[in-house]
Ligand binder design. Structure first.
Ligand SMILES: *[C@@H]1O[C@H](CO)[C@@H](O)[C@H](O)[C@H]1NC(C)=O
Ligand SMILES: *[C@@H]1O[C@H](CO)[C@@H](O)[C@H](O)[C@H]1NC(C)=O
Ligand SMILES: *[C@@H]1O[C@H](CO)[C@@H](O)[C@H](O)[C@H]1NC(C)=O
Ligand SMILES: *[C@@H]1O[C@H](CO)[C@@H](O)[C@H](O)[C@H]1NC(C)=O
Ligand SMILES: *[C@@H]1O[C@H](CO)[C@@H](O)[C@H](O)[C@H]1NC(C)=O
Ligand SMILES: *[C@@H]1O[C@H](CO)[C@@H](O)[C@H](O)[C@H]1NC(C)=O
Ligand SMILES: [Zn+2]
Length: 543
């Protein structure tokens, strides 16, 4: 036990050499007679591994280095609380249980302020805070709800509702007016569209169980979101929330669903795409330091091949109709029970086999599974053969040697969504997330949030926190965060010119982040309160 602890201390001391440039002596207890060349060989291996990691070969400026010390002191303190003092380690808790501790974390506060670039994997109906949706949509005129036979709520907007005996419609205000406490009622509406529970392990015993509930809550929210006036406002609010979380660009997987209005008008997919474009343009006009957004058209991996084929043809047309806002195509829905990419292969090969070839980049969800050797698992191979631009999740990728090489060689970015993978039950302890291997080996990785609203997250910071604290190692520092932020713009669907402008903008934001963090630190360091930014280098590291 004792020698184990000493070993760990030595390990910490040596691996922190890079961060604290003042490690002079070994911690007490290490055998000084130990062959010095052994330790040097050991260090060489550690240094070499460090260089291959994501961000490993970035060189920090003097100011960045100071911010790094502040960040790493906080990270170290938080890890030590768990490693030595038994404080639950947030990445090892279910997100619903970890959330208060994450919000309390200094590392999280720093990550929130950090310009994180783009969020490249988000879904149309689960990216905006549900509290906003309840407060806005359910208070609008003409908003109706009903309870079906299973006492489940449905929402819809009507000028005057149709008779529906199985689920009789009443204005939401009719129910709200009857309740003693409006905030309790609104909370109930919120819960009806969220996966949040206090006992996730018992409420969701299996992956299939959580997916059933996931699809149910999304469908319920769609009753509100797909009403045209809500639809545009919901999307505008999503852009606002990501901007407030210091994200400057997003890419949205969008079904382009049947958006409706009170006159019974059903918007066509092209008209829904116009709403996205018009709202994006308006948002960027209102917020010139926001880069923008693009849409990746999705359809369900349960539809027939002929539906998918005509959707692909229509999507290729939208590529040219919306050159600045339409990015490509993907298939969505629970992957294990869904149809594999191979099932749609004729449709999916149609653009490249057409003469002349039709331009439609793919952004496939693939390998979102724990089941190796299944069709979901092999979706990774098809995604790569179909020249996917990025892979959504790619959770199973490290189980495939050849696919790993292709990803690395062709620079196919893997969109890692840590909280999604945990809540949707692929992994419990995020230190065991397979993408840790991709981090370690410097793969093209971006961090995203998938469906943050449904699990009570907001923006990108929660997922960045889990990636930084859980997937990346104890000594992964500001460099990995900086590289992940830059990756999110580099591997975006933006055109070369757009990317250059976005990276310029990001750079300015990054400089401001570095400067303001140092300023805040300087302002606070003389105060005797428990300040956010006091570096508190532990003794065994300083040496
Ligand atoms: C927040 O942090 C403080 C100080 O580190 C700690 O005492 C408190 O228990 C934490 N609260 C939560 C909810 O983690
Ligand atoms: C609910 O109460 C508000 C305010 O008192 C009122 O304007 C509204 O008509 C009521 N709604 C219904 C359906 O009774
Ligand atoms: C309504 O419920 C909330 C929390 O459930 C509580 O904080 C609030 O005090 C209640 N309001 C009234 C008027 O009872
Ligand atoms: C989008 O904006 C264009 C140009 O201003 C306008 O013609 C079009 O009707 C708008 N589309 C929608 C769906 O609002
Ligand atoms: C993928 O890209 C390769 C190399 O550019 C090309 O030969 C192949 O035809 C492409 N396949 C598809 C399905 O687009
Ligand atoms: C950051 O601080 C440096 C040095 O103090 C200064 O040269 C630079 O202009 C500042 N940049 C921003 C964006 O504030
Ligand atoms: Zn997704």
């Amino acid at each position: 036990m004792e020698s184990n602890t000493l070993f760990v201390l030595a390990l910490f001391a040596l691996s922190f050499k890079k961060i604290c440039h003042h490690v002079h002596s070994l911690p007490l207890g290490i055998n000084m007679e130990m062959d010095n060349s052994y330790l040097q060989d050991r260090q060489k291996i550690i240094d070499k591994e460090y260089l291959t990691r994501i961000g490993g070969n970035l060189v920090l400026t003097h100011a960045e280095d100071k911010v790094n010390q502040i960040l790493m002191a906080a990270k170290d303190r938080e890890i030590k609380d768990s490693f030595y003092n038994g404080v639950p380690f947030p990445p090892n808790l279910h997100f619903f249980e970890a959330k208060p501790a994450i919000e309390n974390s200094t590392v999280f506060q720093l990550i929130k302020k950090m310009p994180k670039g783009g969020a490249l994997h988000l879904h149309d109906c689960s990216m905006t805070d549900l509290r906003w949706l309840v407060k806005t949509a359910t208070y609008m005129d003409n908003c109706y709800m009903c309870y079906d036979q299973n006492k489940k709520i449905n929402f819809h907007f009507f000028r005057s509702p149709p008779q529906q005996p199985g689920c009789p419609w009443h204005p939401v205000s009719f129910y709200r007016n009857q309740t003693a406490n409006v905030s309790v009622f609104d909370d109930m509406l919120y819960q009806s569209m969220s996966l949040e529970v206090t006992d996730p392990q018992t409420s969701y015993p299996t992956l299939d169980a959580v997916w059933r509930k996931f699809e149910e809550v999304l469908m319920r929210a769609n009753g509100l979101i797909n009403y045209a006036p809500v639809f545009a406002a919901y999307y505008y609010q999503a852009l606002k929330e990501f901007m407030e979380d210091n994200v400057q660009y997003i890419e949205v997987r969008a079904l382009l669903p049947e958006v409706y209005d009170l006159d019974g008008k059903i918007y066509t997919p092209v008209q829904v795409m116009e709403i996205y474009r018009n709202t994006t343009v308006k948002f960027v006009q209102d917020n010139p330091t926001f880069t923008g957004a693009k849409v990746i058209k999705t359809n369900l991996r349960f539809k027939t091949p002929s539906i998918i084929k005509s959707d692909i043809i229509a999507s290729a047309e939208m590529m040219s109709q919306f050159p600045d806002h339409f990015a490509g195509y993907d298939l969505v829905g629970q992957e294990d029970p869904g149809k594999p990419l191979l099932y749609y292969i004729d449709a999916l090969l149609y653009p490249s086999s057409h003469q002349p070839p039709i331009y439609l980049p793919y952004f496939f969800h693939a390998g979102e599974t724990d089941w190796e050797g299944t069709s979901t698992d092999y979706n990774l191979i098809d995604a790569l053969l179909l020249n996917t631009t990025r892979i959504g999740h790619g959770y199973a990728l490290p189980k495939h040697s050849e696919a790993m090489m292709m990803v690395q060689k062709q620079k196919v970015a893997i969109e890692v969504n840590p909280i999604s993978n945990q809540v949707l039950k692929l992994v419990d302890d995020l230190r065991n997330h397979p993408a840790a291997i991709l981090f370690e080996q410097g793969f093209p990785v971006v961090i995203s949030a998938d469906d943050p609203a449904v699990w009570g997250a907001k923006g990108l910071s929660y997922d960045f926190y889990e990636a930084f604290m859980g997937l990346a190692g104890r000594d992964a520092d500001l460099k990995i965060l900086k590289q992940l932020a830059m990756n999110s713009l580099t591997y975006s669907a933006m055109k070369t010119q757009e990317k250059a402008q976005a990276l310029d903008m990001w750079n300015t934001k990054w400089q401001i982040f570095i400067n303001s963090t140092l300023e805040e630190y300087d302002r606070n360091k003389n105060l005797k309160t428990d300040l956010v930014f006091i570096p508190n280098l532990p003794k065994d590291i300083v040496g």
